[in-house]
Design a protein around this ligand. Structure first.
Ligand code: PHE
Length: 344
């Protein structure tokens, strides 16, 4: 039996010498050392040995197993080294190649301005409301005191989808939707940012789609002075503490009285320049006291409640704040344009 074991060792080592790859090595391991392998086969004969012989043969068997195992491990390590060597050769990297720049995005200037305005009004206790861009004629016009034949509808040429459904031309319909949701009770203090659509021919200052931010405050005893104070606070937080505002009489069907609000020019501070066309003032929003009929249609009793509303164009504010000279830059998705605002 001893001879058989030694012959087995010789055979195994010889075969293992010639092994060329890891797969073949594993086959041989199974063949010699596996449960049904040749060594196990030989050891099965141990039962017929005498008590003196058994430990001796057992010792030889262990030696043979150990020798084969060691040889297999060495071979495995050698294969691993070869593999690593091969990969080091093949997979070289040229550290002198210029790196590929990582593209990092930037917040779009319009979103930046919307966030700034939201932050200012949230600081004054407002919440942010939203409404649909595809809107019913009722909310966009009718409930804002613009009946079907009202001439002021011409102020805003609209994209109609059906007779009663259109792309909203202003964020003011959210005023009505908010009032309705309140069921005529309790104070309202919201701003509403969003897209609006008008049938304008696109040029440097007009776009068929742009963004507005609407504001609405309703409570008991809300007065024009509250509107004025709120807008002054906003103007100074947005454009600097020296900014002043000026209210001019205007007309909107849903506010009475209505005003147009100007700011002292952020470029020249009021002395007159190209931006403010030498007037020192820049118009930035429309506002007014909510028309009693609008309160009524929103479910509020105008004898008990009053309110103010305002609406401003986000693009216009962004253009003024960042000195952008063409509104179309905002919509071209040109990374070179957007990236300029990454650190502003
Ligand atoms: N909705 C008006 C517009 O788009 C702006 C506005 C809002 C005016 C609220 C008064 C009150 O021109």
């Amino acid at each position: 039996m001893k001879e058989r074991l030694q012959a087995l060792r010789a055979e195994a080592l010889e075969k293992l010498q010639q092994v060329k790859d890891a797969g073949h090595l594993n086959d041989l391991r199974v063949k010699f050392l596996g449960k049904k392998g040749e060594l196990t086969e030989v050891l099965r004969g141990m039962g017929s040995l005498s008590a003196e012989e058994r430990p001796l043969i057992g010792q030889v068997a262990n030696e043979v197993r150990g020798a084969i195992e060691t040889f297999i491990e060495e071979k495995q390590a050698a294969f691993l080294r070869e593999e690593t060597e091969r990969r080091l050769q093949e997979e070289t990297i040229d550290v002198t190649l210029p790196g590929r720049p990582m593209t990092v995005g930037a917040v779009h200037p319009l979103n930046k301005v919307i966030q700034q305005i939201e932050d200012i009004f949230i600081g004054m206790g407002y919440t942010v409301a939203e409404g649909p861009e595809v809107e019913q004629d009722y909310y966009n016009f009718e409930a804002l005191n613009l009946p079907k034949d009202h001439p002021a509808r011409d102020m805003q040429d609209s994209f109609y989808i059906t007779e009663d459904i259109l792309m909203r031309t202003q964020t003011s319909p959210v005023q009505v939707r908010t009032m309705e949701a309140m069921k005529g009770k309790g104070p309202v203090k919201i701003i509403c940012p969003g897209r609006v659509y008008r049938r304008d021919d696109d040029d440097a200052t007009h776009s068929f789609m742009f963004h507005q931010i609407e504001g609405l405050v309703i409570d008991k005893n809300i007065r024009m002075s509250d509107l004025k104070g709120t807008l002054l606070q906003f103007a100074q937080e947005m454009f600097g503490s020296k900014t002043q505002i000026r209210l001019r009489p205007s007309f909107f069907p849903f506010t009475e009285p209505s005003v147009e609000v100007d700011l002292t020019c952020m470029k020249c501070g009021g002395s007159g320049c190209r931006i403010c066309k030498q007037t020192g003032w820049i118009e930035i929003l429309g506002a007014g006291m909510v028309h009693p009929r609008v309160l009524e249609m929103g479910g509020y009793d105008p004898k008990e409640y009053s309110g103010f509303a305002f609406g401003m164009g986000v693009e216009r504010i962004a253009m003024l704040k960042y000195g952008v000279d063409d509104i179309r830059h905002f919509y071209t998705n040109d990374m070179k344009f957007v990236q300029q605002f990454a650190r502003m």
